[in-house]
Design a protein around this ligand. Structure first.
Ligand SMILES: [Zn+2]
Length: 123
């Protein structure tokens, strides 16, 4: 994926993050904006600080979403964003548009859901 596409998905993730932050306080949302605005290297660090603080202030379900966004931002930084963590194939960009935190391509997602469905009756 080229740098411009990565930046696009990063902004999608950050705006998701901001939306969650606003539920905590405007202050948290502003902190994300300023962390995202700063000079590149320190901005990444500042953003991570805001994310961990945010996770502390949210309920379990919201914290999980924040963690997913955080993981996706980390994958952007590491250069593995957009690759399926199960089969390592490129995830369809339309899928990423709809779900920027997606870790699996649709084939693997379906396979995983099928495995769960099969596993459930034995529980
Ligand atoms: Zn896959």
């Amino acid at each position: 994926m080229d740098a411009a596409r990565l930046e696009h998905f990063k902004q999608l993730l950050v705006s998701d993050l901001r939306r969650h932050a606003r539920q905590v306080s405007d202050e948290q949302a502003n902190a994300i904006d300023s962390a995202n605005d700063g000079a590149k290297e320190s901005a990444d660090l500042a953003l991570r600080d805001v994310v961990s603080e945010l996770a502390l202030n949210l309920g379990e379900r919201e914290s999980q979403m924040i963690a997913d966004i955080d993981q996706a931002l980390l994958r952007i930084k590491e250069g593995s964003y957009g690759l399926c963590v199960r089969c390592n194939r490129q995830i369809d960009e339309r899928r990423l548009e709809a779900l920027p935190t997606a870790r699996y391509d649709s084939d693997c997602q379906t396979a995983i859901e099928n495995e769960r469905r099969v596993a459930r009756p034995t529980l």
